[in-house]
Design a protein around this ligand. Structure first.
Ligand code: KIV
Length: 281
């Protein structure tokens, strides 16, 4: 089994003839096994953990310890896919030293690369992590950790100036050493301009079909998260309904005395039952 590496991902530009890259999130061992078995190139242990697993309203609540805990669970499955650990809010904003330490925490938990959000303001931190030999994936456009600064989860780069700023940010991130860049929530034409302007692959989410790859959240693809359905999500299953139906059948069987049956129960020999004074049970 050849494991996917950051340099391998770095080389995968669609314009050079590569197939589009596929990344999916996973947060624990079962989801990591499913994603790896699907053949995806990368597993992102995303800070979307906060919203789809831990029940928070935004991603700002998870800590580096939360992310390390879930990265370790994914890493224990030893996937072929590259494991990318997401640096949570405030884990790469204070100082280069703290940033590198936090990136190292995710690597020691099993990540083979880290992802962080933001453009030019993050260059110094990206360079510090890259200097510590840790591959960095950038993330620009709609950056959920900036939810308050953006005034909500809003599509970015809709004006010509904002689009030019995104292209500039992507070039700066690539120059600082990012091996790939997530482009989230930007118009199709802007995503194409950004993708054409850098030599590293872009991985889109809500950024149209012209990126070098796509990423979606596990719970969205499978329909486990069924309360919200952003426009850019395609649901490939309805696991929430399947789960509720299956669990409802279990509840009904127990209440009706239909579970467990004889084959689902353990037994002792007749001799041992007689020794206990049990007959005909
Ligand atoms: O945390 C996450 O799941 C992400 C993806 C949406 C790119 O950052």
């Amino acid at each position: 089994m050849t494991r996917v590496t950051a340099p391998l991902v770095r080389s995968r530009k669609v314009r050079d003839g590569a197939d589009p890259l596929v990344m999916l999130t996973a947060y624990d061992a079962p989801s990591a096994r499913h994603v790896d078995a699907s053949g995806a190139d990368m597993i992102l242990v995303g800070d979307s953990l906060a919203m789809v697993v831990l029940g928070y309203d935004d991603t700002l609540q998870v800590t580096i310890d939360d992310m390390a805990h879930h990265t370790a669970a994914v890493a224990r499955t030893k996937p072929k896919a590259l494991i990318v650990g997401d640096l949570p809010w405030m884990s790469y904003h204070v100082s280069s030293e703290e940033t590198v330490r936090n990136a190292a925490t995710l690597v020691r938990a099993g990540a083979q690369a880290v992802k962080l959000e933001g453009g030019r303001r993050r260059l110094a931190m990206i360079e510090s992590i890259v200097s510590a030999e840790i591959p960095v994936m950038g993330h620009i456009g709609l950056t959920p950790q900036s939810v308050h600064a953006m005034g909500g989860f809003k599509v970015q780069g809709r004006s010509a100036d904002a689009a030019m700023a995104l292209i500039d940010a992507a070039k700066a991130l690539a120059h600082a050493g990012c091996f790939a860049i997530v482009l989230e929530g930007v118009p199709v034409r802007v995503a194409k301009m950004v993708t054409d302007s850098v030599d590293v692959p872009t991985i889109g989410i809500g950024a149209g079909p012209n990126c070098d790859g796509q990423v979606l959240v596990y719970h969205d693809v499978l329909g486990i998260e069924d309360r919200l359905m952003p426009k850019f999500v395609r649901r490939y299953a309805d696991v929430a309904s399947t789960s509720v139906d299956a669990l409802g059948n279990y509840v009904a069987d127990v209440r009706a005395g239909n579970f467990p049956n004889d084959a689902e129960s353990y037994h002792m020999t007749d001799e041992q039952a007689e020794a206990l004074g049990l007959y005909g049970c």
